[in-house]
Design a protein. Structure first.
Length: 307
């Protein structure tokens, strides 16, 4: 069996070493395709691969057509919208993610952005504190839970909304569960976004919703840029000089945001939530372990596509 690591943004060496140890201990071969610059290189590399580990790399129908021996793709990370799930199912390929492995890293970055926002981008002026502020967590998954854990240390009052997570699960963590996104935004001084990009959520963070935030509201996005209705958010921030937007996913309209909202807007140059040594290692090794479990025992615990 041949396992391919296909990453245009490579894992750290220590992560690759850990992956290699897991794969070779199972008796499989490991191949590397790193820093590739053309899709043709990926199409060539997947021809004889039985399993693929990726990060933000695109696995579409064309790649799956080329990968005649492929049985499984594992996205080292939580999001998997870079994989065509329907095409994978049609090719009888299992797709998995590695939930939870990057969660603390993303949560810490979210708080770095919150502190940066309330301290006025460290521009030398007097800001405010997070202590005593109301924090809204929009989607209470692995990252959301870590955000709640850290927020307790800051002394924040914590609220969460998740349409798919039972209230009792949220409240067991000492977090106040609310009934709707509208209630979350109208209640909280800071909202931390953790929703996936789906047909239902794309452009759902819009003028009407964010406008419900109290004066001085801060919106932090470490999820996906597609969930933001950029045109409407720009309009709202033009009308409300008190709002701030901090994002780990550079908007398509980044230049407009940066020009219009100096001191109220910040974007990382690239998605950095999972860019820590620890998260890099954890996600890579988890991906390798899941591949071994699938190939040896048929374990599909983290499968995200249909059979």
């Amino acid at each position: 069996m041949k396992v391919l690591i296909a990453t245009d943004k490579p894992f750290a060496k220590v992560a690759v070493d850990g992956i290699r140890k897991e794969i070779e201990a199972a008796g499989y071969e490991l191949a590397l395709l790193e820093k590739y610059t053309e899709k043709a290189q990926l199409l060539d590399a997947v021809k004889d691969a039985n399993a693929i580990i990726i990060r933000s790399d695109i696995i579409d129908a064309e790649v799956l057509d080329a990968a005649k021996e492929l049985k499984i793709v594992v996205r080292a990370g939580a999001g998997y919208d870079n994989v065509d799930l329907e095409a994978a199912t049609a090719h009888n390929v299992c797709v998995m993610n590695t939930p939870g492995q990057n969660s603390n890293a993303v949560a810490e970055l979210a708080f770095g952005m919150m502190v940066m926002a309330v301290r006025n981008m460290y521009n030398g002026t007097s800001g405010t504190e997070l202590k005593g502020k109301k924090l809204g967590i929009h989607a209470y998954g692995n990252v959301g839970r870590n955000v709640a854990r850290i927020a307790k240390g800051f002394g924040m009052e914590i609220f969460a909304f998740d349409a798919f997570c039972p209230k009792e699960v949220i409240e067991k963590d000492g977090v106040k569960a609310v009934d709707s996104a509208d209630e979350l935004y109208s209640t909280c001084d800071v909202v931390s976004l953790h929703i996936p990009a789906t047909a239902e959520t794309k452009n759902s963070i819009n003028y009407a919703l964010v406008n419900k935030m109290p004066k001085g509201g801060v919106l932090v996005n470490t999820a996906r840029k597609e969930v933001i209705n950029e045109t409407e958010l720009i309009q709202l921030m033009e009308e409300r000089a008190d709002l701030k937007y901090m994002t780990d996913i550079m908007p398509a309209a980044n230049e407009t945001f940066a020009a219009k909202f100096v001191g109220r807007y910040f974007s990382t140059p690239k998605k950095m939530g999972a860019q820590t040594a620890e998260a890099n290692i954890n996600a890579g090794i988890a991906a390798a372990q899941q591949i071994v479990g699938f190939l040896k025992d048929g374990c599909e615990k983290f499968r995200v596509n249909k059979k």
